[in-house]
Design a protein around this ligand. Structure first.
Ligand code: ATP
Length: 207
């Protein structure tokens, strides 16, 4: 049973601004079930969860907003300026996120054994979850293009984008794990056509 569920599991990753979310959206339109690690991680910090309690215990109440919710930009400031703190936060959140994702996968496959389940995980390689995937899709793009995209999207300065890129593993390291490599240096049309071709191959793999 376990092995057959691994068959349906496809990891999707890529560095900041490479185009991973755009690929994930396209895969969803094509019929894949996309599980978004960032979305689940956000709910991990909702009041009342075990992660919420642990996070406040470690980082202190200064990260709380007046409404009792964790102030995410405060927390981001802390973890983006300290590798050690970032790892501590990840150690609290990752197990929760992976657990939710694998349970969702199991439900999807129980309903439809032909499901293509895509695990959209920015830290797929770093957290080791890539080992539990049938195949890995990596989205890459030239650094200059990634910087420009993120600056436009998020209103960050070039220095801020570079600092975030430097905290991630390199695209070269991600590429070593790629069964499918999507190079996103051109327009959306080219990106979608590569994505469509990957999806067809995933469908074949679960058939
Ligand atoms: P992050 O890890 O920061 O979330 P990401 O890899 O998920 O980044 P996206 O959110 O998909 O990247 O893309 C970053 C921005 O660039 C988005 O605003 C997206 O619409 C845009 N973008 C991505 N690929 C292309 C493309 N080929 N042509 C034009 N715009 C693109």
């Amino acid at each position: 049973m376990r092995r057959s569920r691994k068959k349906n599991s496809f990891g999707l990753t890529g560095g900041i601004g490479a185009g991973k979310t755009t690929v994930a959206e396209r895969l969803r339109q094509l019929g894949a079930i996309v599980l978004d690690a960032d979305d689940i991680a956000r709910s991990a910090l909702d009041p009342g969860t075990e992660c919420y309690e642990k996070t406040i215990r470690h980082f202190g109440e200064s990260i709380l907003g007046q409404d009792g919710r964790i102030n995410r930009s405060e927390l981001a400031k802390i973890v983006f300026s300290s590798e050690e703190e970032r790892q501590i936060l990840n150690g609290m959140i990752h197990p929760y996120v992976l657990d939710v994702m694998f349970r969702s996968r199991d439900e999807a496959v129980a309903k439809d054994p032909g499901s293509v389940v895509v695990f959209d995980i920015p830290l797929l390689i770093e957290c080791g979850a890539y080992r539990r995937m049938n195949k890995i899709i990596v989205v890459v793009s030239d650094d200059a293009i990634r910087i420009r995209r993120v600056m436009e999207r998020s209103n960050l300065s070039e220095e801020q984008v570079l600092a975030r890129m430097e905290r991630q593993i390199t695209q070269e390291k991600q590429m070593r794990h790629a069964d499918f490599l999507i190079e996103n240096n051109l327009g959306l049309k080219e990106l979608y056509s590569q994505t469509d071709s990957v999806f067809e191959q995933l469908r074949e793999l679960v058939r």
